[in-house]
Write a protein that binds this ligand. Structure first.
Ligand SMILES: NC(=O)C1=CN([C@@H]2O[C@H](COP(=O)(O)OP(=O)(O)OC[C@H]3O[C@@H](n4cnc5c(N)ncnc54)[C@H](OP(=O)(O)O)[C@@H]3O)[C@@H](O)[C@H]2O)[C@@H](O)CC1
Ligand SMILES: [K+]
Length: 554
């Protein structure tokens, strides 16, 4: 997994590298950062040779990186204009050092430097240069961005976006696109027209650690492809655990917890999953939950539905064992006894999909939670029914995984969707502090929070084609199955495994069928392929374990 840092954490990492025991000279770290952009950008532009490039350098250290970039690409044969937004004296020592080198080169006629801080700018000339350029480097503002963009950044960013909108000019952002909040992914201008819009880059080369704001919309949309470079940071700083840690999940993390299955294991080893769900109008949901559990390798699956719906379920999935409970079309407290008689044999319960909104069902759910001891995955209608039951749920939280989408989360937390979106990680952690559960907050991206609220995981897999009814039901079954997986370390690891593989299976369907229109059952049926790809990834010595490339070849 890769660390996802806030601006403060990044600042702390930089300071420790430079002024802690490692004593890396600031000018060297900046040199490494600038050089990393020059090298990594070749994936996008192939070569700097003979390219016309404008480098916009802001007043902070992000601008300093821009000076280094300009020097290196000059050496590679680019024709370079550098716009300098700050005054020499206001730059940090290291940025000024690189600026003076560049001035010396400009004096020889190697490049043109425009001092944009002087207030007598020739914007006609700027527009002309933008029209004729091949590449724009955005080193205007990096992790030091706060609030809304102000001039001259606002004006320059608009000119850059305008020039690049036909796609011919490539925009490379240094560390993070100007105008994107490092911590949250909020953007300057909130996406409204004629406000201080952010840079929309084709590629972002980011330093030391990934930034949280680049994984969340709308900021993510500004980044283009994201490339990370360690810029020579000491490995302990790259890997050490932050307080308030967040991580981006990677293939290797999931492969490590999932792929071994003892050759002498049997169906009892791989969990007995009970899907307790459904109601008269929504019987497909629990069936899809069962299918998710089956494809994720559950040893045995019991489906328990209200009696009046049982006949619709029997035989739909021959692999599962179906029984009708009670006598009605929805669960009620009268059905608890029958469920509890069996529950001792169950490894994990999945409850919620298609359960309906009847308040009697709420009592049923609470009694099941109160009188069982195994892990429970709570989803969909069950979440809505217990939305006001924080005090009831929290004592049982350590064995509960909740899987709300944004609207369900908003109902549970009492926070509007718009507010949650402003800082998804903080909203999710705050919720877990109060409810004590393992949380899977479904969205783009899905976020998983451990029940101690100490660690947040962000999932990189999945696509917009998965925004369709039934996808969540499949995920619930998968998480239940993985929670019962032999050797699974804890519920949080099970949740991460389910979310990551579910998204990867969706990505497989995207490639096979098209961007949308594939079904939740097709996603479920792709799970074994993903697990196979994980297995291959685990056997591959290569550092670059590209799961998606491997799935193509299976
Ligand atoms: N040693 C290191 O630390 C290393 C750091 N590195 C690099 O440094 C970057 C962080 O540098 P940093 O901290 O100097 O901040 P930075 O992103 O340049 O922004 C500050 C400037 O932005 C301006 N600004 C802010 N908000 C604004 C707004 N709304 N609208 C307009 N302007 C706004 C603000 O101006 P002000 O608002 O104060 O007028 C100020 O001048 C980091 O992203 C990485 O690239 C690498 O070299 C590796 C080593
Ligand atoms: K930038």
């Amino acid at each position: 997994m890769k660390k996802l840092c806030t601006a403060d954490q990044m600042h702390h990492m930089d300071q420790t590298a430079m002024y802690g025991k490692y004593k890396i000279a600031p000018v060297v770290l900046m040199e490494n950062a600038g050089h990393a952009v020059v090298e990594k950008a070749k994936d996008l532009i192939i070569s700097w040779h003979n390219k016309r490039v404008i480098v916009f350098c802001g007043k902070g250290n992000n601008g300093g990186d821009g000076f280094v970039i300009a020097r290196h690409i000059l050496a590679e044969g680019a024709r370079v204009f550098v716009y300098v937004l700050g005054k020499d004296a206001s730059y940090s020592t290291e940025a000024n050092y690189h600026l003076q080198t560049l001035y010396a080169m400009a004096e020889e006629g190697s490049c043109v430097i425009e001092n944009y801080a002087e207030g007598n700018e020739d914007n006609q000339q700027l527009h002309q240069r933008l029209k004729e350029t091949d590449i724009i480097v955005d080193a205007i503002v990096g992790t030091g961005f706060h609030g809304q963009l102000h001039n001259p950044a606002t004006f320059l960013v608009r000119c850059i976006n305008d020039a690049a909108k036909n796609g011919k000019i490539k925009v490379i952002a240094v560390d993070i696109p100007t105008g994107v909040n490092t911590d949250t992914g909020e953007i300057s201008g909130n996406g409204e027209e004629h406000t201080g819009e952010p840079i929309y880059a084709d590629m972002t080369v980011t330093f030391g650690a990934l930034k949280r704001g680049m994984q969340f919309y709308p900021g993510k949309k500004c980044c283009g492809s994201i490339v990370w470079d360690p810029i020579g940071m000491p490995v302990s700083l790259l890997r050490n655990r932050e307080q308030n840690a967040a991580y981006l999940l990677e293939t290797a993390d999931i492969e490590r917890v999932l792929c071994s299955r003892a050759p002498d294991s049997h169906k009892g080893t791989h969990g007995t999953i009970a899907v307790v769900s459904g109601s008269r109008d929504m019987i497909g949901a629990p069936l899809m939950t069962c299918r998710g559990a089956m494809r994720a390798g559950a040893g045995k699956i019991f489906l328990r539905v209200p009696e009046q719906t049982a006949s619709y379920c029997i035989g739909k999935l021959p692999e599962i064992m179906v029984r009708g409970i009670g006598s009605g079309s929805e669960f009620s407290e009268n059905d608890v006894f029958q469920i509890l008689e069996e529950a001792k044999k169950w490894t994990v319960i999945a409850i919620g999909p298609g359960m309906g909104k009847n308040s009697k069902t709420k009592t049923f759910i609470q009694e099941v939670i109160r009188n069982t001891t195994c892990p429970i995955v709570i989803d969909a209608d069950a979440l809505n029914l217990i939305h006001s039951e924080k005090e009831f749920i929290s004592p049982y939280g350590k064995r509960i995984i909740m899987t709300p989408h944004l609207a369900e989360f908003s109902r549970l937390s009492g926070v509007s969707i718009a507010e949650v979106k402003k800082d998804v990680i903080e909203a999710a952690k705050h919720f877990v502090h109060e409810w004590n559960v393992t949380l899977v907050l479904k969205g783009a991206p899905t976020v998983i929070v451990s029940s101690d609220a100490q660690t947040v995981y962000v999932n990189p897999t999945g696509n917009a084609g998965m925004a369709a009814g039934g996808m969540g039901d499949v995920l619930t079954g998968m998480i239940a199955a993985f929670a019962a997986h032999d050797g699974m370390p804890d519920l949080c690891a099970a949740a991460c495994s389910g979310v990551f593989i579910h998204g990867a299976a969706g990505d497989y369907c995207y490639n096979k069928y098209g961007p949308y229109g594939y079904s939740p059952c097709e996603v479920a049926d792709a799970i074994p392929r993903v697990i196979k790809a994980l297995e291959i990834a685990g056997d591959t010595a290569s550092e670059d374990r590209n799961l998606f490339g491997m799935m193509e070849s299976i």
